[in-house]
Structures are given as C-alpha cells and as structure tokens.
Design a protein. Structure first.
Length: 285
C-alpha cells in the first residue's frame, strides 16, 4: 500500500499549490449531491485521479465529485473512495480544508476498509494515515513528508464540534449538546470536517457530531468518501464512530453517494450520545 500513500502525498503537494495560486470561483457544474462545484474541486479531483492511475494496485476510484466509480487498472485490487477537497467553500475565507481517502478491498462498504488517510491544508500541510495504527506526518518546504508522532485518543476530551443547522436539530439532540457544554466542553467548529476532526484527534479527544435533522434526516456527510474513512481512523486511534446507535463501519450504503448521521470522538462522549439517542428511540417506540 506504500505506493498508494506515495500517490496521496504527490496529490497533496499539487493540491496545496492549486489552493495557493488558483481561482477560488465556481464552475458551471453540479456534483451528484447538487453542490455547485468549485474549479478547485474539479482540479483536485483530476489531480488525484492522475496520481492514483499511476498505481497498478488501484483497481478503481470513486470520488465525491463524480456520479459513478471508474476503473483505472483492471488487474488492481484496491478501490479508493475519496473527497478531493472537503470544505472547499472555505478556501476563499482562508480557513483550513482537506482531502479524505478510504482504501477499500472489495466494495465500498465500511467493513471492506483496510486503511484510510486524510490531508489537512492549513498553516502547515499534515497527513494522517491509519492502517492498524494511526500516524501523523508533516510536509517540509521541499515537499517531503516526515513522521511526527503516533495519534491516539484519550477516553474523554473537552472539545465539542456540533454540525448542521441548529434550527433543524431534533429537540433531544439540542438538549444533549447543551448538557455537554454544561460539563465544560469548548466549542470548536470551523465548517470543515477535516480540520475539525484533526483538532479532536490531536488534542486527545472530544466529539464531532453531524446529526440527522428535520431538513436532512440522513445527515449531510457521505459514507464512502467522508464518514467511513474517518470512522476507521477514529476507531484505530482508540475512539468510537457511531450513528450514534450503530457502529458506522457496519453500515452498508445502497448507493455510492448515501449519507448518514455521524458522531466521531473519544469513548465517553460518543457513548453518551448513544445513550441519549437510545432513550429517545425507546420513548417514541
Ligand atoms: P463544503 O465542502 O460544501 O464546504 O462542506 C463541508 C462539509 O461537507 C464538511 O466538511 C463539514 O463538516 C460540513 O460540510 C459542514 O456542514 P454545516 O455547515 O451544515 O455544519
């Protein structure tokens, strides 16, 4: 798999350069989820396709920016699901963004993930790779990536990143978020999933939630490109990733672009969410 991680590193160097120099405007195209694509989304997607097509072990790719998966090498064994530039609408206000990768052996289901990675384009470019362990790398000015440290979560943290529009949150979800803040948790939410989850991972814990809402009952974040890769990373780092009743990696999408409510974090906070959601479900049964 080293050659896949090398392709991800080469993509990261080229995407970073595009972020720094290219037009941040919109294209004329919409992706499968109906978002109007930024020119940077399209360019990042093409960069990753080009780099992964040089890797013989990559059989096919599926990108958040494309409706269908595409075969790159008939004889390959891995399928890569990726979000080329998550949070791209934040580039024009100079906030951090990222690329997310899931490496699947078999179909695009959580149980078939064998590794995951993400790149954060912030004040520095950092790469986190999860195989059986989770490791942080940082890019130097010559574009080489250096190992920095292993990544692991504490049982409990002190950061809360509550996603989605509050007006559409279920009442019990709002109550649960309020209670977490009453416990002393601090609000950390940039609107970019990659930097928000990166912060929780590197500060040792906390919880990120993107619930089902009255306007989007299945949430916003896509299983194959965003949710499964981060679920894999959080579990390997010693945390939990749930919907929050079921384990996210046990979910099987019916379609490539399916979304799901998701909670990622250290054990204490995610289990708390599971308890609240479990009780609510009992109440409405
Ligand atoms: P964009 O790619 O459209 O900027 O969306 C980013 C994102 O998919 C994810 O990175 C964030 O966590 C989430 O959306 C933020 O969504 P809300 O603004 O609804 O909380």
């Amino acid at each position: 798999m080293t050659e896949i991680f090398d392709a991800i590193k080469r993509s990261a160097v080229r995407i970073r350069e595009a972020i720094e120099t290219d037009d941040t405007g919109y294209s004329q195209n919409k992706n499968k989820t109906g978002d109007i694509q930024l020119k940077l989304d399209i360019k990042s997607d093409l960069i990753i396709e080009e780099e992964l097509s040089k890797v013989p072990s990559v059989k096919e790719i599926a990108s958040e920016e494309r409706e269908h998966s595409e075969v790159l090498n008939e004889n390959g064994i891995y399928s890569i699901g990726y979000d080329p530039l998550d949070g791209s609408s934040l580039v024009d206000v100079d906030l951090s963004v990222g690329s997310i990768f899931g490496i699947y052996k078999g179909g695009y289901a959580g149980e078939n993930l064998i590794a995951a990675a993400y790149v954060v384009y912030g004040p520095r470019v950092e790469l986190v790779i999860a195989t059986d362990i989770v490791e942080l790398y940082r890019m130097d000015p010559e574009h080489n990536f250096h190992f920095i440290q292993p990544v692991s979560l504490n049982e409990k943290g002190n950061i809360k990143s509550p996603g989605a529009t509050q007006k559409y949150w279920p009442e019990f979800h709002k109550k649960m978020v309020d209670e977490i803040f009453q416990e002393g948790y601090r609000l950390r939410y940039s609107g970019g999933m990659v930097p928000d989850l990166h912060q929780i991972l590197l500060k040792g814990g906390g919880v990120f939630s993107y619930p089902g809402t009255t306007d989007k009952p299945k949430g916003k974040l896509r299983m194959v490109f965003e949710v499964f890769p981060f679920a894999y990373i959080f579990e390997k780092a010693g945390g939990l990733a749930m919907d929050p009743i079921k384990r996210l990696l046990d979910l099987k999408p019916s379609h490539l672009h399916d979304t799901t409510p998701c909670f990622f974090g250290s054990k204490y906070e995610v289990l708390k969410a599971k308890e609240v959601y479990g009780k609510y479900q009992c109440d409405i049964d």
